[in-house]
Design a protein around this ligand. Structure first.
Ligand SMILES: [Zn+2]
Length: 97
């Protein structure tokens, strides 16, 4: 974990420069939020109890705004899950299924 570096702006891990913004990375901390995966509403509703049961704090960010969800229906929404870096490995194992 010593070599892992982190872009606080994009919440991405990298080695030298951020793969997204090209910015300088800093040393990653265990509580830095990192992207776990993207999931549609069906998969999101399966992932949430898994993470909750394992006691892993997560945040779920929707791609569309609330107004768009109303129009298109919540099942078309895509979510991005973020977990703390320290829990990423455990969360990935849980959600691999
Ligand atoms: Zn960045």
């Amino acid at each position: 974990m010593e070599e892992v570096r982190y872009c606080p702006d994009c919440q991405l891990l990298g080695e030298e420069k951020c793969p997204n913004c090209g910015g300088t990375l800093r040393q990653a901390k265990p509580n830095d939020p990192v992207m776990l995966c993207k999931a549609d509403a069906v998969r999101a509703s399966m992932l949430e109890p898994l993470l909750t049961q394992a006691g892993i704090p997560y945040s779920k960010v929707g791609r569309m705004g609330a107004a768009m969800v109303m129009r298109a229906g919540a099942f078309l929404e895509e979510y991005t899950f973020y977990v703390p870096l320290g829990a990423l490995e455990e969360a990935m194992e849980l959600t691999m299924v």
